[in-house]
Design a protein around this ligand. Structure first.
Ligand code: AMP
Ligand code: TRP
Length: 332
């Protein structure tokens, strides 16, 4: 491999991949992929922190593999792989959990939010979730981690854990930087624009990359806006309209000011209709490619096999070093 820097990111195959995932994460992966050596994971171990239907989790994992490629990631140059195929993630996660404090994990807002949402299943995995994420990132000596705004805190914790470990044992881990663009880092729910768009909410609150075009039009038509008719970007006072403008600006690759200009003098009805068409036209080629890829499961399966081996061989180097540093006996 050339000596490019390393980029790492992951998405959980825990539900439909949303327009939020696409704009907040995948589209940035596509933008950055040629400048880095990249790994993109289906974070299936993370998905287990919330109860999953086994057959669905399996199906979504291969769907996400196809979607990564359909969205434009090159399957030859990037390592698109499944987290659970690389046992080193769970192994490093254990070691790092011995360098993570209860207090700092308890402060994670996602842990608090998910505990409230799943109050009948506040399991230990939900609590140590960010440690596994740190292991994902640090195993590959990643330099850059593109994520949406909701993952910022987890990334900061990753840096803290890495620095703590390096402080004791020397330079073992690369300290990763986040890549979190401002405006599009948080796409909001269509039904409640004060909440982030999430695959675990009501399907009418998100657009899935695999939604039918009629569903996309219907969902956007019903998107919550507000009572005055002004189209301007003002997330505090007009969260719904601002969210629609963010979606438009991200997919059309224009600034927010240009987006506002495109709709000056128009009404909400027209805004929603125009944006629906922009979304549909953006998603159409993705779905076409996705449908093609899903017809060749053998290809996807082979890709996962090859990539699991590639990822393991990189991960094992870091893990071996870590085991040695902390004093685990190595068989000669
Ligand atoms: P997840 O669906 O939680 O596995 O998230 C995968 C990636 O998508 C992460 O980088 C998230 O930060 C990002 N993401 C998820 N939901 C949104 C959203 N509504 N807006 C922007 N980015 C998001
Ligand atoms: N926790 C991330 C999320 O829910 C997904 C993820 C798992 C991830 N491992 C990662 C993202 C490593 C970036 C790097 O969004």
């Amino acid at each position: 491999m050339e000596t490019k820097k390393i980029l790492y990111s992951g998405i959980q195959p825990s539900g439909a991949i949303t327009l939020g995932n696409y704009i907040g994460a995948i589209s940035n992966f596509v933008k950055l992929e040629s400048q880095y050596n990249c790994l993109f994971a289906m974070a299936d171990l993370h998905a287990l922190t919330v109860r999953q239907v086994p057959a669905d989790l399996r199906a979504r994992t291969i769907q996400l593999t196809a979607l990564y490629i359909a969205c434009g990631l090159n399957p030859e140059n990037n390592i698109i792989y499944c987290q659970s195929h690389v046992p080193q993630h769970a192994e490093l996660s254990w070691i790092l959990s011995c360098f993570s404090y209860m207090g700092e994990l308890g402060r994670m807002t996602q842990f608090k939010a998910k505990s409230e949402k799943n109050s009948e299943n506040i399991n230990a995995g939900l609590f140590t979730y960010p440690v596994l994420m740190a292991a994902d990132i640090l195993l590959y000596q990643s330099d850059l981690v593109p994520v949406g705004a909701d993952q910022k805190q987890h990334l900061e914790l990753t840096r803290d854990i890495a620095q703590r470990f390096n402080g004791i044992y020397g330079d073992v881990f690369t300290i990763p930087d986040g890549y979190i663009p401002k405006v599009t880092a948080k796409i909001m729910s269509l039904m409640d624009p004060l909440k982030k768009m999430s695959k675990s909410d009501d399907p009418d609150s998100y657009i899935s990359l695999l939604d039918s075009f009629d569903d996309i039009r219907r969902k956007l038509k019903r998107a919550v806006t507000d009572s005055d008719a002004d189209i301007r970007f003002d997330p505090e006072n007009k969260p719904g309209v601002s969210n629609l403008l963010s979606i438009y600006s991200a997919l059309k690759n224009v600034s927010i000011e240009e987006a506002e200009k495109d709709f000056s003098g128009k009404g909400y009805g027209e805004l929603k209709k125009d944006i629906a068409e922009v979304v549909v036209e953006h998603i159409r080629p993705i779905q076409e490619k996705y449908n093609m890829l899903m017809q060749d499961k053998a290809y996807l399966n082979d890709l996962l096999k090859t990539n699991a081996e590639k990822a393991q061989s990189i991960a094992q180097k870091t893990l071996r070093k870590v085991y040695k540093k902390v004093g685990l006996y190595q068989i000669k």
